[in-house]
Design a binder for this molecule. Structure first.
Ligand code: ATR
Length: 294
């Protein structure tokens, strides 16, 4: 029930109607008996400044931010956390209102810790001496590489269809870690992928390949079986088992789907806003139910 005490958070993006975040967070609020609600907030390009000012004025406690506003929103905030600064993108806003009604807005990025948390939950410990192959060089891949760097992973190879984007990613992130020298790039081809994966411990798909409705697609060729010693993490969670993850399962590799990252990044934001420990199992179950309906 919404009443005079209800605290509001929401998701700023364009479009937002397919997001699982409202279902996930509202299930968490219900499970903890918190009088909070999470609403989708469709904000067209060009309107983000007005939207953020409006959120603060309306007493919202915070928001998530998604495509296409993750970069532009930074200019409207009073402070930017370290991950958001290094990644150049904000996915969570925390709004603190003083007694005099003034507001301070902080911008954070919870994708890197979300990824690292999901990876560990999936049974993979990123550590010295282990080699990761990350396919993709967009915002999602940046969060993955950053999460791996800060978790103490060994060598990281970034493969991308457009090699310049992988090079830009590596040169941007190299400066932020004394482990930067362990970052390399290769153009994405079947040969470079198969060859890199053979000597790796972890393969991450941070591209949109395999995303519904093009669920029959995979970055991995059908003619080669995936090395069984690999952990394969697909950031795509629609469908829950992508073709890549099916290939991984069929070859005996450890397969981790993208739902864990969605839930973990949401859990970090939830804890920031409410100060309560996030009920991650409830959040995951709510997402799985919602995905079952698509
Ligand atoms: P996000 O913020 O979710 O990472 P993005 O910035 O659009 O989204 O990045 C999408 C990633 O998927 C990119 O690495 C893109 O490769 P390019 O940089 O070459 O565009 C990758 N990608 C998308 N479609 C692909 C395809 N058919 N084959 C290989 N890579 C693809």
């Amino acid at each position: 029930m919404i009443d005079g005490q209800t605290q509001m958070v929401g998701l700023i993006g364009w479009p937002v109607e397919h997001s699982l975040s409202p279902v996930m967070h509202n299930a968490a609020f219900d499970a903890l008996g918190l009088n909070w609600r999470y609403v989708p907030l469709p904000v067209p390009p060009g309107q983000v400044e007005a939207a953020v000012r409006g959120l603060a004025a309306l007493g919202f406690r915070g928001a998530n931010v998604t495509v296409p506003h993750k970069q532009t929103v930074r200019q409207m905030l009073n402070s930017i956390g370290p991950s958001a600064r290094h990644l150049g993108a904000v996915n969570t806003i925390l709004i603190v209102r003083g007694e005099d009604g003034s507001t301070r807005l902080g911008g954070y990025n919870t994708d890197d810790t979300g990824f690292a948390g999901a990876l560990r939950m999936g049974g993979y410990e990123p550590e010295e001496g282990r080699r990761a192959v990350v396919v993709g060089a967009g915002g999602a891949a940046r969060a993955v590489v950053f999460g791996l760097l800060w978790s103490g992973s060994g060598e990281i190879v970034v493969l991308n269809r457009t090699p310049q984007r992988a090079e830009a990613l590596v040169s941007d992130l190299r400066g932020f870690s004394d482990q930067g020298f362990r970052l390399h790039t290769l153009p994405l081809t079947v040969e470079t992928l198969v060859e890199s994966a053979r000597s790796a411990d972890l393969l991450v798909n941070a591209t949109s390949v395999g995303l519904w409705p093009q669920s029959e697609r995979s970055i991995w060729p059908e003619s080669v079986s995936l090395p069984a010693h690999l952990t394969v993490f697909d950031l795509v969670y629609r469908p829950l088992e992508t073709r890549l993850l099916r290939q991984a399962r069929e070859s005996g590799a450890n397969a981790i789907n993208g739902l864990g990252m969605l839930v973990r990044q949401g859990a970090v934001a939830f804890e920031m806003w409410t100060g309560e420990a996030a009920p991650v199992d409830v959040m995951r179950a709510a997402c799985e139910r919602a995905l079952g309906r698509v």
